[in-house]
Design a protein. Structure first.
Length: 95
């Protein structure tokens, strides 16, 4: 199983997240942890990183992720996560 690193702004005082925190963040269930506002970004759905991340973190296929977000958005519970084009854009976005 691959290890995952959740990146953040270097000025953030939040140094760690639990696995449950990451799951809740990527399911749109939380937008802040310990008083800090957090933003989750997705790689493109077709990318290996996206597919492996959701499979290993949630045990979901891309189709299950898409279905989940369709229900969330339709119900007005959450907005779909912003997508970045890849790792380089993700790093540029948080810095």
């Amino acid at each position: 199983m691959a290890s995952w690193v959740v990146i953040g702004n270097k000025n953030s005082k939040l140094s760690t997240l639990s696995a449950a925190d990451v799951k809740n963040l990527y399911l749109g269930k939380v937008t802040s942890i310990q008083g800090y506002r957090l933003y989750a970004f997705n790689q493109p759905e077709s990318s290996v990183a996206y597919q492996q991340f959701y499979q290993q973190i949630l045990g979901w296929t891309p189709g299950q992720v898409s279905s989940y977000w369709s229900r969330q958005v339709f119900a007005g519970k959450s907005s779909q996560l912003q997508q970045v084009s890849g790792s380089a854009q993700a790093l540029a976005t948080v810095n």
